[in-house]
Structures are given as C-alpha cells and as structure tokens.
Design a protein. Structure first.
Length: 314
C-alpha cells in the first residue's frame, strides 16, 4: 500500500471515528409532525440511564432558552450541566421557532394542543432509544404546563417544573392587567371573560390588538382551557418544583399553589434566582439585564436540585 493511500485511509478512518464519537454525545435529531419537521439537540451523557425532555417557555423561545430579542442560553446551560452530572437530555425548537420554523402554522390555526402533541412526539422518540431506564420531563415557564400534561403518560417516570405557573393563563393575564390604567384593564378583562368561555371577540380596540388580535384569539382560547392545578394534581409520580424568589414573571406564590394540590412534590425555592434561572435582584431593570447575558451562568442550585432529585428517584 502506498504511503499516500495509507495516509488518505488513515485520515478518513480518523475523521469517521471523530464524527461518530461526536454524534454519540451530541446529536441533532428530528421528528415529523403534522405541519413539518421539528429539530432538537440530543445530549447523551456517558453511562447514562436517565434522559430528560426539556421544554422551553412561551413565545418564540428556542431550545436554548433564547428568542429574537434576548440571548441567555439558560436551557442550553441546564442541558450541558446535567450531562456533566450523568443525565442525558433532549431539548428542541418549538414549531415555528429556530430550526423548526418551517413547521409553523399561520397564527389563526395554531392551538395549545399542537405544543402538547409535539412534546408527546419527542417522548415517543426518547422511549425508542436504547439504554434509558428513566424518562423525566423538565418544563420551564409555559413549558411546565405542557410538561405536566405530557408527563401524565405512563412512559414518563418523573416531572420537574421550573418557574411554572399555578394559575391558568387567563388569570395571570388578568392579574397583570390590574396594574394598567382603567382604559386598558377594563376592556381587556371584558375580552378575557369572553375568550375564557370560548367566544371570539371581533371588535378589539386597536390599542389592545397586540394582545387580543383576532388571529391569536383561537390560540388563547385553547390555552386558557388548561388549569395547571388540575393537571398537576393528576400526576402520581416523583415531582419537583423549582422556583426562584426574584422571578418577576412567576411568583413564589404560584409554586406554592402547585405544591398545595400535590403534596408529594418536592418544593425548592432558590434564593436570588430569576425567571431565566440566573442570579438577579428584584429590581426590575437589573433583573431584566440578565435576560440578555449569555455568559452569566445559571445558578448551580438548578443542577444540584435536579440531579439529586433524579438520582433519588431513578
């Protein structure tokens, strides 16, 4: 065999081996849904028998916890730190977001159930993977509501809620509206009441169009149907509630509401942690600064609490 051919073959074998090793520890994976293809990142920890499905929060939030107006990499950090603790994970871009953009629906056709069914698809994928004895679901913010619904499946062994609300979305929005002028809060609450009862509101004041435009109302109606307390109460498996006490979006009281309906859950309040899982004060402007700081680490208590919970319940 000539030296050149031997060099070429050695190089090809080396490249293939490196690529295979890379794919075994971090893979880009896909599942087909009704409207297209969803993409996710599968991190496989060495000698891992536990895998977590990580579900991101509301809006155009991607697999890493980022959206077009902020980059904090919070969920990416969670996945990477869990890997170091021996826990594999899969996190994904929701339909219409990031690499799953082509699977998005026109706004008037989107329903909350689409997100639920997509998460179930990913669970089916994880269940098909060899070597995992324990599947957990980790949901952040709105992803916690999706998570507690799909975690009712028999293939899910445990569930972790991070910054999950204890009230339905309409009640949270209504509470937020109380701080607005009467000219905003009164017509908004009237619209909310109709949406809760499944009624479309045609004559929305232009000033309220951002929140209640007709095209988004079907999604809101579908979202408002789900009561986190009812869904969380149904779970009869190991549960962990994580909540930061400087979260200016979801309060500690919301976590306590969840714990109140399902006392078998472990409730852990992390001092100084905000909504994007980073250390921050209650001061709003300084708190929000962390939402766009990808170098600021997620608080270590997040990883330690989750890994300890999973080790105790695997």
């Amino acid at each position: 065999m000539s030296g050149i051919i031997k060099l070429i073959l050695t190089t090809v074998i080396t490249l293939f081996s490196l690529n295979t090793h890379s794919l075994e520890s971090e893979m880009i994976v896909n599942v087909n849904v009704d409207s297209g293809v969803l993409e996710g990142t599968f991190l496989k920890a060495e000698n891992s028998n536990t895998v977590a499905l990580i579900i991101s929060g509301s809006g155009p939030t991607d697999r890493n916890g980022n959206n077009p107006s902020m980059i904090n990499n919070s969920l990416k950090m969670v996945a990477e730190e869990l890997k170091q603790a021996g826990i594999s994970s899969l996190r994904y871009d929701k339909r219409g977001v990031g690499a799953s953009a082509n699977a998005g629906l026109v706004e008037e056709n989107l329903r909350f159930e689409h997100y639920i069914n997509d998460a179930k698809k990913w669970l089916t994928f994880l269940n098909s993977q060899n070597g995992f004895e324990h599947i957990t679901v980790i949901g952040h913010s709105e992803g916690a509501l999706i998570g507690m619904i799909v975690a009712q499946s028999s293939i899910v062994d445990s569930f972790v809620s991070i910054a999950g609300a204890g009230q339905s979305a309409d009640k949270i929005i209504q509470k937020q509206l109380t701080s607005q002028p009467a000219s905003v809060s009164e017509p908004s609450i009237a619209i909310l009441e109709k949406l809760v009862h499944g009624k479309i509101v045609d004559n929305v004041p232009p000033s309220l169009g951002v929140l209640f435009r007709p095209s988004v109302q079907p999604y809101l109606i579908s979202w408002f149907r789900y009561d986190p307390l009812k869904e969380f109460k149904k779970l009869k498996k190991p549960l962990l509630i994580l909540q930061g006490d400087t979260d200016i979006q979801v309060s500690v009281e919301q976590a306590k509401l969840l714990h109140g309906v399902n006392r078998q859950a472990d409730l852990k309040i992390i001092e100084g942690m905000n909504h994007v899982l980073k250390e921050a004060p209650l001061d709003k402007s300084r708190n929000i600064q962390t939402y766009n700081d990808p170098k600021k680490p997620v608080m270590p208590e997040v990883f330690s609490e989750i890994s300890q919970f999973l080790k105790e319940n695997a």
